[in-house]
Design a protein around this ligand. Structure first.
Ligand SMILES: [Zn+2]
Length: 293
């Protein structure tokens, strides 16, 4: 990514300074990702998949603090910059698109950077939790050790893989504002598990599509992308497909239990968003109207 001289977001709540109370040092992943870690990651990759299970709360958002880009190891600083610049770019894009496409203003989400552990209106988050969006407090939570996990465990290297994850989580925030998340959680309550999972897949693939739409504009107008960045995002989308994760963890694939979509689906819809840049209501409704995705 071309980060130099790019503006960062003011909506970063950097809680990484909250270490030093004897917890973060040890709970942070210390290399060697065993089955336990993988299981936790799988659980967490269900992030945003079922907002209905999350607590309803009016919980006030924490006051945004400016992004800290000093201190910490060099790699973390770089990752924090990727997150901050990406978030800012999504704010600009969706700030324009919301009035144009949906006749309303975009409410910028706060993004919480943490290490060790932190609390959210959706419950407790630990270092192994991975990125997620909490609809109850409208905040995105990211522990930057996930970037290393993407690299080492899922073989998805590169700065743009992390940017894709940020844009995907912002996608869940968009779904929350536009009512798609609520629609899905209501529908899920009346469904058998198999059908409920299929609804979650639609929501996840729509978030991948929204990440792709952002990448379209980041590439053409924000001059953020370097050669190979789209391939990095595609590699990340492919690496975290449900089928691949299941195969790695249990050796076989159970399609009915998918809640994020297969690798092929995730790649297909990220790419579709990237090619078209189409953020119209019609293109978003498609994810809940098409017989199959
Ligand atoms: Zn998701």
């Amino acid at each position: 990514m071309k980060l130099q001289g790019k503006e960062g977001s003011r909506n970063i709540d950097d809680r990484r300074g909250n270490r030093g109370r004897g917890m973060s040092g040890r709970t942070k992943t210390a290399g060697g990702f065993g089955l336990g870690t993988l299981i936790i990651v799988i659980i967490v990759l269900l992030m945003g998949g079922d907002p209905s299970e999350l607590l309803e709360s009016s919980g006030g958002a924490a006051a945004p603090a400016p992004a800290q880009t000093t201190g910490g190891v060099v790699e973390e600083t770089t990752n924090a910059q990727i997150v901050s610049v990406t978030l800012r770019d999504t704010e600009k894009l969706w700030g324009q698109k919301f009035p144009q496409e949906f006749g309303r203003n975009y409410q910028e989400p706060t993004l919480v950077l943490f290490d060790g552990q932190t609390s959210s209106a959706c419950g407790f988050a630990s270092a192994a939790t991975g990125p997620f969006y909490c609809p109850a407090d409208k905040q995105v939570y990211i522990d930057l050790s996930f970037a290393d996990l993407l690299r080492r465990r899922f073989g998805a290297p590169g700065d743009f893989a992390l940017a894709y994850v940020v844009a995907h989580e912002v996608g869940h925030h968009i779904q929350n504002q536009l009512g798609y998340s609520q629609q899905v959680s209501q529908a899920r309550r009346r469904m058998r598990e198999k059908d409920a999972n299929a609804m979650s897949v639609r929501l996840e693939l729509q978030a991948d599509y929204l990440a792709g739409v952002w990448a379209h504009y980041a590439d053409r107008y924000s001059d953020l992308l370097s050669d190979g960045d789209i391939e990095e995002a595609i590699q990340a989308a492919s690496a975290i497909g449900d089928d691949k994760i299941q195969k790695q963890s249990q050796g076989y694939v159970v399609p009915d239990s998918f809640t994020h979509g297969t690798s092929a689906q995730r790649v297909r819809y990220f790419t579709a968003g990237y090619r078209s840049g189409d953020a119209s209501k019609k293109s978003l409704d498609y994810f809940f109207q098409a017989r199959e995705l």
